[in-house]
Design a protein around this ligand. Structure first.
Ligand SMILES: [Zn+2]
Length: 190
């Protein structure tokens, strides 16, 4: 009698399924599903053509999403860039021509270095505080701090970064020297 594994009463030991690693999750990233997700989550602004993110916002500005429930958090406009134009080269920031942070319209986005981003803002005369009065203890989001660090590395001046994020140049200096936000920056910005 041939052995039929389906009839076997032996228990097959299946190793417990490990949760996917972050790299595996990123590899499973699916462009079409992400596009459908973005289109479901945005509201079209008939005034300027912006695609306004209706989901969670970071610092009341940037849309935040996880890659279709895979537990990898990203900024909505960066996800949109990836869907339409492909991967974002390391060190590049995705900026808004329309000056609407929560906008995900790929036609309103451009990729540049933080240095180019700052120069662009100066050219457009947008280097005014984005919120409130510049005070040293104004609330910065972790995303802000990440962008500030990128800006410092690209050689942006404390005063320009302070204006952009609505804090004093001393507050930027404290981040640069590793006094504030050390848990995010790991110390002085090199
Ligand atoms: Zn826009």
């Amino acid at each position: 009698m041939t052995h039929n594994p389906l009839m076997s009463r032996e228990r097959v030991i299946v190793p417990p399924r490990k949760p996917p690693t972050k790299a595996e999750k990123i590899a499973a990233w699916n462009r079409d599903r992400s596009l459908a997700h973005i289109l479901r989550m945005i509201e079209y602004d008939t005034n300027g053509g912006c695609w306004l993110w209706r989901g969670e916002l970071i610092g009341a500005r940037y849309g935040r999403t996880d890659l279709l429930g895979r537990g990898i958090w990203t900024l909505a406009h960066r996800l949109s860039w990836r869907v339409f134009f492909g991967d974002i080269a390391e060190g590049l920031v995705i900026c808004h021509r329309c000056d609407v942070p929560q906008c995900c319209n790929p036609a309103h986005l451009f990729a540049g270095t933080m240095k180019e981003n700052m120069a662009d803002m100066r050219r457009k005369g947008r280097d005014r505080p984005v919120r409130g009065t510049a005070v040293s203890n104004a609330k910065l989001s972790e995303v802000d701090v990440g962008e500030i660090v990128a800006g410092l590395r690209a050689g942006a001046r404390n005063v320009d970064l302070g204006r952009r994020y609505g804090v004093t140049k001393e507050a930027i200096s404290a981040i640069k020297r590793g006094i504030n936000w050390r848990h995010l920056t790991g110390g002085a910005v090199q």
